[in-house]
Design a protein around this ligand. Structure first.
Ligand code: SF4
Length: 239
């Protein structure tokens, strides 16, 4: 496994993983428990948005989810605002931590009010996208072989600039960036067919992006845990 990039909410790595397994882990991200507002009781809403729209927007505000959150985890958030201007997610009061405090909820004119109580619960992305923890996608890493018949100008046609002329030979310097656009195949193929060969390796480049409720490590770890549990249940069921 090779770590390519890591930021607060994104991880990119290269690993030898079967596509079917990577896809199962990707799909199981929607089986892990994530906290989101699921019920809103609005007592005052002078804003230009309908109650349903305000509730929908609040439901999509990412809430930090503890690793220990279980199926029965719930928490309450209160919002009571009388002001002129934009109402932000940071104005909620309660124990749940808002991930992006500057998320706008609605707007109020002078003297207008918004008063509500929101109940957050854990749920799974398969039931509603507000419970989705983020995204995962992957692609193959390719092996590039170039022989002497390939014109050296191929270096200039690669849009990713990953081909280089070294000691009279053309080599690929960073195959992980190749997206199989096939421009080089077409270019070299004009002179001699098969003078450049691109084949998929067993490695995948995997990207995981978090929406903020859980970090990327917890996302993948929890997805694997739930997948393993379901597979164990299938095994038990077959006995
Ligand atoms: S397939 Fe496209 S990106 Fe990959 S080496 Fe060829 S030209 Fe470059």
């Amino acid at each position: 496994m090779k770590l390519i990039k890591k930021t607060d909410n994104k991880i990119v790595f290269q690993a030898e993983v079967e596509e079917s397994l990577a896809n199962a882990i990707r799909r199981y991200l929607n089986q892990i428990l994530v906290l989101a507002v699921d019920e809103v009781e609005i007592s005052k809403n002078d804003s230009p948005l309908y109650d349903e729209t305000v509730a929908h927007r609040i439901g999509l505000v990412p809430l930090q989810t503890s690793k220990a959150a279980g199926e029965k985890t719930t928490t309450e958030l209160k919002l009571s605002v009388k002001k002129e201007g934009i109402v932000y997610a940071k104005e909620f009061e309660g124990k749940a931590k808002i991930v992006y405090s500057e998320t706008p909820i609605t707007t109020l004119e002078k003297g207008q009010e918004l008063e509500l109580v929101a109940t957050a619960r854990t749920g799974k992305g398969e039931t509603h996208s507000k419970f989705a923890p983020g995204l995962m996608f992957y692609r193959n890493i390719f092996d590039i072989k170039i022989d002497g018949d390939c014109p050296k100008e191929v270096v200039d046609v690669c849009p990713k600039k990953i081909l280089e002329s070294k000691d009279g030979k053309i080599v690929a310097i960073d195959v992980s960036k190749c997206d199989l656009c096939e421009v080089c195949l077409e270019f070299c193929g004009k002179k001699k067919k098969d003078s450049i060969k691109i084949t998929p390796t067993k490695d995948l480049m995997i990207t995981i992006e978090s929406f903020g409720q859980l970090n990327t490590e917890d996302m993948i770890q929890k997805s694997i845990e739930v997948l393993k549990k379901d597979l164990a249940d299938v095994g038990k069921g077959l006995k």
